[in-house]
Design a protein around this ligand. Structure first.
Ligand SMILES: [Zn+2]
Length: 330
């Protein structure tokens, strides 16, 4: 094992065993733990404010390992920091349990929805993270960025993609350049508000925020972090105000959400093979889902399926149908 992998493993071990607060940082950085697993790092003259979060779903370990490696570099003084940084390890009890969540899906509870949810680990944590991001952005000036890193439940025809929340304020060319440098395959634009962390940070603080899906979820230690190297180096360049690497892959594909399939009762049925990959193109007229008095039929204008999941609780999204989107640069 390389020494950087050892350092990363030690950080994850400290994180899961509540020992991270003992870490010592270079003197030029003002380090404050705003909550368990929520670290604010402020350099002397910050040029902007960046939130990087991982583990909002506890079984999505690759981004947590990436953040662990970033944290190890910051502690060692090997990663220069020009931006104010809020590092968030989202759902620690679920990470320890190796589960997506303990009581409810945290990434549906932001924007105050935690107040209406059954009290539990995730409703408590979503409230804590809202409070921490609020404290951070009150403190930090300049352009605001947020990358909330996830891995998907299922395989995907486009393995790495960004989900941009529905937003009123403009998203900058610099932000899309960052996504390009992450070597993402696709970008999906949401068209309705949601309870995700990235939507909350975008709407509440006017930040350039997105959810990043970086591949399929695997347990700790089984992730091939080289697959996320482009995203890792883009984040490191952003934090250091260094130029981004030039994209080497084909251009990103752009999609827009045309319809959310909302399950309203336990009688809901999804007519899809459980192995169906994200971004699979479905035939026009295909009845993709049904309930007692409603069916969802695929329209030729919006044939791509994303995040099909019949197992969600009633009232939540069981899938998205996508139409072609346009590149914001055009
Ligand atoms: Zn996730």
């Amino acid at each position: 094992m390389t020494s950087s992998a050892k350092k990363r493993e030690a950080i994850i071990d400290d994180l899961l065993n509540c020992r991270l607060r003992d870490a010592r940082f270079p003197a030029a950085l003002q380090a404050t733990w705003l909550d368990e697993g929520v670290l604010q790092l402020i350099p002397e003259h910050p040029t902007g404010a960046v939130v990087v979060s991982a583990g909002i779903h506890g079984n999505e370990t690759a981004p947590v390992e990436m953040l662990g490696a970033l944290l190890a570099s910051l502690i060692a003084g090997e990663q220069p920091l020009s931006q104010a940084l809020l590092l968030i390890f989202g759902n620690l009890p679920a990470l320890r349990a190796g589960k997506r969540y303990l009581h409810s899906d945290m990434n549906r509870l932001f924007g105050g929805r935690h107040r209406d949810a059954a009290p539990g680990n995730e409703s408590r944590r979503a409230a804590q993270l809202e409070k921490a991001t609020d404290a951070f952005f009150q403190r930090a000036g300049g352009p605001r960025y947020h990358l909330d890193m996830h891995t998907a439940i299922r395989a995907s025809r486009f393995p790495q993609f960004a989900l941009i929340p529905c937003h009123q304020h403009s998203y900058s060319k610099a932000f899309y350049a960052l996504l390009e440098a992450c070597e993402l395959d696709a970008v999906v634009q949401h068209t309705a508000p949601g309870g995700t962390f990235s939507h909350y940070v975008s709407e509440t603080f006017g930040a350039q925020s997105c959810t990043l899906e970086l591949g399929k979820a695997l347990p700790f230690g089984q992730n091939d972090l080289s697959r996320f190297a482009a995203t890792d180096s883009a984040i490191r360049a952003l934090l250091a105000d260094k130029p981004l690497s030039t994209r080497t892959r084909p251009p990103m594909h752009f999609f827009t959400v045309a319809e959310s399939i909302i399950k309203t009762s336990s009688g809901f049925r999804l007519n899809l093979d459980p192995e169906t990959e994200n971004f699979t193109r479905l035939p026009a007229g295909y009845v993709i889902a049904c309930e007692a008095d409603k069916t969802w039929q695929v329209d030729d204008a919006a044939p791509w399926i994303l995040f099909p999941n019949a197992g969600v609780a009633p009232g939540l999204r069981a899938g998205l149908l996508l139409k072609p989107g346009c590149s914001p640069q055009n």
